[in-house]
Design a protein around this ligand. Structure first.
Ligand code: ZN
Ligand code: ZN
Length: 257
C-alpha cells in the first residue's frame, strides 16, 4: 500500500530511505526535526542495514495470503501476523556499560519481523509455549486441593505423618516431568508441519548468514507474538523496502569483515 508523505521538504522525501523506514506519516516520522549531522548518521545506519538485507526485501513474508510458517506444499490461509524482533551485531558501536567500561553492544541493529501465519501454526506455537507450565501448575493445584480434603489427608497421615507431603511432591514433580515430556512430543509432531524456528524460512535463512539472530532466544522454538494486524510502521514493514546484500560487489565486501 503506498502511503502519502506530505512533507516534500524532507531530505528523504521520495527516497529509498523513506520507503525503508515506512513511517505511518511524516508527523510520526523518526526523521522529523533532525539536523543535518543526525540525518547523515541515520542514512549511514540505513545503508548498513540495507547491506544486510536480501535484495528482494522481506515483504513477501507478510504481504501474502498464505502462511509462511507452514512447511510443504499445502499452505494455510493467513489469519495472523506472527511478530518478533531480530538483531544484528552490525553496525558495531561502542556502548558505555557499568563502571564506564566500554563494551560492544550485542545488537547494533534491531529489525521488526512479521510473518503471515495461519490459525493452525499459531495454535502450535501457543501449545508449545503453554503446555509445560500449565500442566505443572495444574498438578500442583490438584495436589494442594486433594491434600486439603480431610477425608483424604487423614487416612494418609494415619499411615505415616509425612505421607500427604510426599503425595503432594510426587504429584507436583509428575506434573512438571509430564508437561515437559508432553511438550517434547508435541514439538516433534509439530516440526513436521510448521517451521518452529523462523530462521528455517528461506529468506530468513539467508539473513541468518548475514548475521541476523533472534533477540529473544529460546532453545528450540522462536518466540513470537500474534497480532491480527500488521505493524503500522517501522523499518522494512512496507512493500518497498529493498536490501542490497545480494548485489555481488557489496556482498563480497560484507564477507571480508
Ligand atoms: Zn518523511
Ligand atoms: Zn501455517
Amino acid at each position: 500500500m503506498p502511503r502519502l508523505y506530505t512533507n516534500t521538504d524532507c531530505p528523504l522525501h521520495g527516497s529509498e530511505y523513506c520507503a525503508r523506514l515506512h513511517m505511518e506519516s511524516c508527523d510520526t516520522c523518526t526523521v522529523r526535526g533532525r539536523d543535518a549531522e543526525e540525518m547523515q548518521l541515520l542514512k549511514q545506519d540505513l545503508d548498513a542495514i540495507a547491506a544486510m538485507m536480501p535484495e528482494e526485501g522481506i515483504d513477501a513474508l507478510f504481504l501474502t495470503n498464505e502462511c509462511v510458517l507452514c512447511k510443504g506444499e499445502e499452505k494455510g490461509a493467513r489469519a495472523w501476523y506472527a511478530q518478533t524482533d531480530i538483531g544484528n551485531a552490525e553496525p558495531r558501536r561502542k556502548q558505555v556499560g557499568f563502571l564506564g567500561i566500554k563494551r560492544e553492544a550485542r545488537a547494533g541493529s534491531i529489525l521488526p519481523i512479521q510473518l503471515a501465519c495461519c490459525d493452525a501454526c499459531r495454535k502450535r506455537y501457543l501449545m508449545l509455549q503453554y503446555v509445560a507450565p500449565v500442566t505443572a501448575a495444574a498438578s500442583i493445584v490438584l495436589g494442594f486441593v486433594l491434600m486439603s480434603i480431610r477425608a483424604i489427608r487423614e487416612p494418609l497421615m494415619a499411615i505415616t505423618p509425612a505421607l500427604p507431603a510426599i503425595v503432594f511432591l510426587v504429584l507436583a514433580l509428575g506434573g512438571i516431568l509430564g508437561g515437559w515430556l508432553w511438550r517434547g512430543a508435541l514439538h516433534k509432531r509439530y516440526s513436521k508441519t510448521t517451521y518452529l524456528s523462523i530462521f528455517r524460512i528461506d529468506t530468513l535463512r539467508r539473513m541468518k548468514r548475514l548475521g541476523w539472530f533472534e533477540l529473544y532466544e529460546t532453545k528450540d522454538v522462536s518466540r513470537l507474538v500474534f497480532s491480527k494486524k500488521p505493524f503500522r510502521q517501522g523499518l522494512y514493514t512496507g512493500a518497498s523496502g529493498h536490501g542490497t546484500a545480494d548485489k555481488p560487489g557489496e556482498a563480497a565486501e560484507f564477507a571480508e569483515e
